[in-house]
Write a protein that binds this ligand. Structure first.
Ligand code: HEC
Ligand code: HEC
Ligand code: HEC
Ligand code: HEC
Ligand code: HEC
Ligand code: HEC
Length: 459
């Protein structure tokens, strides 16, 4: 009995060790001293005007800075640098002088921080992940931003399961072998692994059948779910060539959407503003709070603007914005019809862009939550159940929206003052019998007006 238990416990220890080391690995790489939440506030207050955690701005990217200092100088000097970089530079510290030179001799402001506070800041910096979803970044336009990360987890769980089942199987096999030896029964040593596996599957056919069934059903379900996702663009958020923020421009600076998307009331397309629109302000504004000059310099490169001489060189290159919303070619959608004629607020379809940094296709939930707990933004009158930009989404809204006929038509007023729809409405009223079913609820929905006809939306 003793051999069994020591044998099992040995195997079991090995197995649990493997499982735990795999599981804990993913936690260990992020382990950091310091309080990241407190660090975020300190970072925003003292460093964010010049630094970004993950990329160069006015100062270098801060990720990995502690390691760089330990490698090239010392940790002591790392703290000393942040508290007063000038002191180190003047003292002739070689690494301090090398980065000072590399960054064009822009000095860092002295910081009244303790070592603990610096640890907090770097706990935040090392933990920081840029907000853009990695998978969507390089995808071709129109590919939905699916979460690849969760797939990896399933793979790991799957592999772990196989390891566990395999290990349990071997333990069982060894045990029965030992039991047979002890009972004096013969063991068929000539049996190959495949034969053994087949015999094992046959002996355990009940369980084996259940497992196969579960696997097949799981694969089929996964396949179906993937098919359902075709044509669903929700949360698609590509990386853009310039870190332009709607929150800053449309929110904090309160620039009207139509100032930049100026075709939206007149044409099918809302259009993305040209670089000239940016230059209206950015001729003067050469530096931003969060990105310093790094991002705005890209505007200058596109416009061919030399900020030293304040002249245009004439060498322009268009900014390659990545299209976020993209309906298939067989669909006709017109902005002016919705915004100008229908009087629909942008937020109804695009969510609250005044709070967004990088543009994305909003999810149904985002759209339904617009204005909730936000006194500055009207709540969306229609709550959607269908994924944004799908046909179901258009159809649902056309069923629930009413055409504003009465608003522009005053009964008894001069016919010439009537709007396009007012005139149609009057004609309908004259023939109540034919049109009774449209008029009985005293409202004309977009669907009743033809918003459900295939040809209205399809070429
Ligand atoms: C006024 C702009 C400014 C502010 C504010 C600022 N820095 Fe810097 N920082 C720089 C510049 C510029 C450099 C590049 C070296 C130089 O020119 O002095 C730098 C370099 C550094 C380095 C060295 C990076 C490396 O690669 O070794 C660290 C670390 C650093 N800063 C940390 C901080 C921290 C932490 C804060 C906030 C507590 C902060 N800085 C605030 C401008 C700034
Ligand atoms: C200062 C100019 C500016 C203002 C103001 C502005 N935008 Fe934009 N908008 C842009 C730029 C530049 C892009 C392209 C970059 C991007 O997609 O993030 C864009 C992209 C978009 C997109 C995604 C376009 C696509 O590719 O599908 C939507 C939707 C949008 N804006 C809506 C709005 C709304 C709604 C407002 C008002 C609340 C607004 N914008 C205000 C400049 C502006
Ligand atoms: C009824 C829903 C709806 C409303 C309201 C709406 N949009 Fe759009 N918007 C869309 C759809 C759908 C697309 C995708 C069009 C395409 O791919 O052809 C889009 C695309 C865009 C784009 C990308 C460029 C383009 O023209 O394709 C911008 C920018 C934009 N909208 C801005 C706005 C702004 C600003 C407003 C408010 C003034 C607004 N939209 C109102 C549904 C809407
Ligand atoms: C109506 C004026 C105006 C227009 C138009 C405008 N901007 Fe800005 N932008 C500003 C101001 C003001 C700031 C500085 C805000 C601050 O203090 O950080 C700024 C900052 C920025 C920043 C730096 C943000 C940061 O925090 O580091 C970027 C990038 C930027 N704008 C891109 C653009 C692009 C791209 C366009 C054209 C599509 C554009 N802007 C159009 C006024 C404007
Ligand atoms: C937020 C609600 C809403 C959404 C979402 C919406 N629409 Fe509309 N749509 C309207 C309203 C309201 C009108 C009527 C405007 C008017 O008064 O003419 C309309 C009118 C139309 C018309 C003209 C219908 C006619 O009878 O002439 C077309 C075409 C159309 N929409 C296409 C689309 C497509 C395509 C989509 C999806 C990509 C879409 N709409 C999404 C509200 C919406
Ligand atoms: C209110 C606008 C609207 C109306 C009306 C409409 N469609 Fe669509 N349809 C769309 C949009 C938008 C898409 C693209 C959806 C996507 O890419 O996920 C689409 C996609 C499709 C597709 C491609 C398959 C798919 O799901 O992507 C077919 C087929 C189709 N429509 C057929 C029809 C037929 C048949 C009718 C009439 C009964 C009709 N549509 C009426 C807006 C409309």
């Amino acid at each position: 009995m003793k051999i069994y238990s020591s044998f099992i416990s040995q195997r079991f220890r090995l197995l649990t060790l493997t499982v735990f080391s795999i599981l804990s690995f993913s936690y260990n790489i992020h382990a950091q001293d310091g309080d990241a939440a407190a660090g975020e506030q300190l970072f925003q207050a003292n460093c964010s005007s010049c630094h970004l955690p993950h990329m160069d701005a006015t100062g270098p990217a801060l990720k990995g800075a502690r390691e760089r200092w330990i490698e090239n100088s010392s940790e002591e000097n790392f703290y000393a640098w942040i508290k007063n970089s000038k002191k180190l530079i003047d003292a002739g510290e070689p690494y301090a002088n090398s980065i000072y030179k590399e960054w064009n001799k822009t000095a860092m402001t002295p910081q009244a921080l303790t070592n603990e506070q610096i640890d907090d800041i770097f706990a935040y910096v090392e933990e920081y992940q840029p907000p853009v979803s990695e998978t969507a970044s390089t995808d071709a336009v129109g590919v939905g931003g699916e979460e690849e990360g969760s797939d990896a987890i399933w793979w790991i769980i799957g592999v772990l399961l196989i390891v566990v089942v395999g290990a349990a199987g071997t333990v069982r096999g060894q045990l029965s072998k030992i039991a047979k030896v002890q009972a004096g029964e013969p063991i068929d040593e000539s049996e190959t692994v495949v034969q053994g596996a087949r015999r094992w599957a046959w002996n355990n056919r009940g369980w084996f059948g259940v497992v196969v069934l579960v696997v097949v059903v799981a694969l089929l379900t996964a396949g179906m779910m993937d098919l359902m996702k075709i044509g669903v663009f929700e949360d698609y958020q590509p990386e853009q060539p310039i870190e332009y923020s709607h929150k800053l421009h449309a929110g904090d600076l309160a620039i009207d959407c139509k100032y930049c998307h100026n075709a939206v009331t007149k044409s099918k397309h809302a259009t993305i503003p040209t670089v000239n629109v940016c230059m209206n302000c950015h001729k003067q504004v050469a530096e931003g709070t969060n990105t310093g000059t790094a991002e705005i310099d890209k505007i200058y490169a596109a416009a061919g603007w030399d900020k030293a001489t304040k002249t245009y060189s004439g060498k322009t290159q268009p900014i390659q914005w990545v299209k976020v919303h993209n309906l298939p070619d067989h669909v006709y959608f017109n902005h002016s019809q919705h915004v100008e004629v229908g009087g629909i607020d942008c937020a109804q379809c695009h969510g609250d862009m005044k709070r967004e940094t990088v543009a994305r296709v909003m999810s149904t939930e985002d759209l339904n939550n617009v204005g909730v707990n936000n006194p500055d933004q009207e709540e969306n009158p229609i709550k959607f159940t269908r994924p944004t930009l799908t046909m179901g989404w258009c159809i649902e809204c056309h069923q629930l929206s009413n055409v504003d006929v009465a608003g522009s038509h005053i009964p008894g007023a001069d016919e010439s003052e009537d709007s396009y729809y007012g005139v149609i409405h009057q004609r309908l009223l004259k023939d109540k019998e034919t049109y009774q079913k449209y008029l009985e609820d005293d409202a004309v929905s977009v669907a009743e007006l033809g918003g459900w006809e295939c040809a209205k939306c399809h070429y």
